[in-house]
Structure formats: structure tokens, C-alpha cells
Design a protein. Sequence first.
Length: 541
Amino acid sequence: MRQRPSGKHEKNEVSKTDPVSSRIVFGTSGWRGKLGQDFILPNILQAAQGVAEYYKRHIKKGSILLGFDPRRGNREFGREVASLLASNGIPVEIILEEPTPTPVLAYLAHSNERIGGVVNLTASHNKFADDGFKFSPHHGGAADTEATNLISQYANEAKVQGKISYQSARATGLIREIPLSEAVEDYVRGYIIPTLRQLKAWQTIVNYVRSDGSFRLALDPMQGTSTRYLEAIYRQMEAEVGRKFTDIIHAENTDPRFSKVNGAPNPTESESIKELVALVSQDSHTLGLATDGDGDRFGVIDFGGGEVSANEIIAIFAYFLARRGLRGAVGKTVATSNLVNAIAEHLGLELIETPVGFKWFVEKKIKEGKEFLVAGEESAHVGTKPLMRSWDDGIAVGLMCLWIVAETRNSLASYIEELQDTIGKRFFYRRDSIGLTPELKEKAATLIQQARHEGALGEKTEDMAITKKIQASGMTQKVDSVITLDGVKVIFETGDWLCMRISGTENVARLYYEVTSKERQEDIRRVGLTLLGVEANQSAY
């Protein structure tokens, strides 16, 4: 098995001993920073000490499972974090041979009582210059706000323990290295394949590919963590089909700059997936599936090269699974398409709307026992009831899409058309990301805070400042309601809406808007940009 090399440059990078240069703040997706700037070894160890303090005060049992993605220095950072945790008397299990997907770590934690928590060094889909430090509790899903606030507090207050060496901790059993083969076996043959067999999805896929000799599947792990796991799943499938039908591109997962995918392993970024789109577009019988840098997000390229959005995926999963007798709530975030609302209503399923972040679904399932048929957000974090033990899992989403294609023997676009015909509506959704200057960030934050304050005071919608600004912009539609669950979301009398929020993972403002009549789309966008103080022709992506 290949080991990720740790060259001289990498060792120099992680051996920096600069003082802690910034406060450690754990947000929706952990603590993130710039490699070589704030994401440096002393700060990483400070964050790890925060986890150690949290473990000693609140967890008190089990091992910490540790993994990482291919970013510069992460393998060595992982060894250093393992040593520090062991110095605190905390047993550690680490997958050191190769980078590990977030959903694999989640499943291993969820399915093993010996795991008390997970530390994952990853910046997910972000550009190569970013890195991150995630903590998950024993269930493997995202930590709740109470836990991350405490870890942030402990990280900034605690004194880093003197470290025993990695070799010593390993020799005494405080650190256990999990072989890559064991992780692959547990996730692929202990979870994914048996679950699909139980659903009869596996045999449906195998029979479909056998019967259609022209079908091809293009897989793109985007130089990230999913390569070995995708290989194991689809090599088994090919063995049962009796022919090779997959092509895996960008499988090399030792490039810390993600140079083959535009420096960012992001399956929803057009420049990053252009090779996958081109490959799929060459052959009308090819379907494309991608996973991001840490494997929890997905990209789907339908036959012919058209992208299928996460908004559509959430809706079609709910529709497909419900028609097969599965039940549960449909979860969506505030910035996710109302196509999901319409499908939930049509199916008679409970709809749960949350702030942005998959962690809110994790929290509802863990703390309230809520069962979701499907839960997700427009940023391509989606989990389904049959495969929820790995939470939001890009590998699992791809397999679900393949099941739908095999079952319907048609494209995903055709299936979306079918469900939209069923509900009698069309939804036109768009998201812009606007780079934040300090002035723009302050303006957006003030707008959101004012709306939240007025909402808390019980102001009538027509009297709120944001409503008056919209009217002053020349908007002809009446504002029906203002929601401040996350950012500020304005719903108009037609059901059209726009939502503005500041990203928790990137230095951008997000502007989301959706209409049921396409000719109104630019009007809604113009209003959103006006509220943010951005010119309509200013760069937004």
C-alpha cells in the first residue's frame, strides 16, 4: 500500500515554532485558517489541547479517531496531534497510510463504541492554501454549538501539555495505527455494500449495467480522500457485472495543491470539475459522479453533461425513497430550494427547516431522535435515511443517484421533470457569492443584525427597515415575511424569495434567490445586490 510521502519541505513546514498568532474559534465546520499563517503547528496544538480538555471534562472514555486530507503538512500535523492527545492520557486511533474521507471517519465512530470522538484535519472543498481542524463527538457527525464553544474556550485558555514522542505513545499502545485496508473493509464491505444489498439497490445497479453494455461511469475524487473507497466499491461492482465500466480521474491523492482540479477540490465549482464535465459530455451514455476533498460533498453530472444541483438531489431522493415505502422527515436549510418544500408537501412528509449547516440535522437526530428520510443543503451536504450512519456522505449520494438511474432506466433530468410535472411547479434557483471587503462585510452584518433585532421586537413586516429598503429599490412585489433563522430571508407575495448571509467558511457574502417564473429572477437579484450595496455588474460568482 502506498504511503503518503513526507518530504523535507513538509517537515520544515510543520516544525515551525511561532507563538500562537490568533485565537482559535471553532465555527460550523471547525476551525479553519491559512496554511503557514494562522494554521501553523503551535496553533494546531493549541486547538488539539482544547479537544483534550473537552475530552477530560465531558467525554472521559474511548479513543479519539484521527484522520486528515492531502493538504500540505497534514500527515505530520496528524502525528503531532496524536502525540499531544496521548500526552494527555487520551488513547488515539489514526489512519496514517492515506488521507481518509470525513464520512468514513464518521461511520467508524458511529459504529464503534470504543470511539469517543473524531479529529479531522481538513478544509473540505476550500482552496489548497486553506486548512482546517474539525472535531466530532462519538456519533461521528458535526459537533453542536455548545461543544464547539467549549473547545474554543479551552483551546484559548489551556496550556499545551509537554508531548511524549509519537513512537513512544505507539509503543505503549496509546496510539494505534489503523491500517488503510481495515478502514476500507469496515466502510465498504461492512456498511456500504451490505446496506445497498438490503435495499436491493446493489442488484438493481448490477443488472442495469449488465443489460446496457454502453453505460459508462466517470468518477472524480478530485485528488482528495475518496479514491481508495471508490475503487473498492466499484471494483466489486465491476466483478459482479462482468466488465469494466468505470473511469476514475484525478485519483492521485498526494498532491497538496490539488493542481489538476484548479487548486480547489470543489465539485460545485465549474473550473474544478471541467474535466469531468468534458468527459461525460463526450458520450451520451456516461454518468459522472464527484466527491470533494474530504468526501462529504458531491457533484453529479447527468448524461449529456448537465449538472444536477443539490437542491434537485434532495427533492428527488425524498420522492424516490418515499415511493418505495420509506418514511421520515425532510430536512432542508433556510437557503435551500422550495422545490424541497413542495415535494415534502406532496408526499405528506414533515418538513424541517434549519439554519445553514448539516450539523443542525445531526443535532435533531441525536438530541431529539428525529428520523430523516433525507436531509441536506444547497451546498451539497446531503444524507439519506438508508445511509445516515455516515451522515452527509458524497460517496453514498453518488451511489443513490446510480440506483435511481438503474431503477428508472432514465436520466436524472427526466426524473426531475417527472416530479415537477407531478407537483405542477417549476423553481428557478440561483446563488451568487460576493467577495467581502471590510466595508461590505460590515454593511451586510448590520443589515442582518437590524432585521434580527426588529424581528425579536415583533415589528410588523411592513414596518421593518429591510422592507422599506426593498420598496425604495423600486421592487413591485409586496414583502410577505422576513425570516432571520440564518442571515436574513425575504419572502415575497408570489412565494419568490431571497436570502443574504455571511459565509461561515469563506470570506464571502452569499446571495440566494428563487422564483417560480423565470422572468422575475433578475428583479430579485437586483434587489439583493442593492441591499448589499453591490453594483449589479460587480463580479459575483
